[in-house]
Design a protein. Structure first.
Length: 94
């Protein structure tokens, strides 16, 4: 992929849970290569949340080369708020 080439169709989606096969780390996709690029080479990139809450960015090509596998998607579980008639997100589960 050349430095100025646009992102190909992303393999992973927002809120998808990924496992890094070598480290065993589990991450949540928060941004897609159609939205993010690396500043130094302008290549499309994913943004993902680490377990400690930090956001990292990695080149699309690296994310999709087999080192990450999908564990599914984050599901927002809602519970009624006794002070409101609206449902509000309370926690995330796999």
């Amino acid at each position: 992929m050349s430095a100025n080439q646009s992102a190909t169709e992303p393999m992973f989606g927002k809120q998808e849970i990924l496992k890094h096969l070598k480290s065993g780390g589990v991450y949540t996709v928060v941004g897609l290569p159609t939205e993010y690029v690396l500043e130094h080479n302008h290549k499309p990139a994913y943004a993902y949340r680490m377990p400690d809450g930090r956001i990292c960015v990695r080149e699309q090509e690296e994310m999709e080369d087999g080192r990450f596998v999908s564990l599914g998607f984050v599901e927002v579980v809602t519970a009624p708020n006794p002070r409101s008639t609206h449902l509000t997100p309370t926690e995330y589960v796999l």
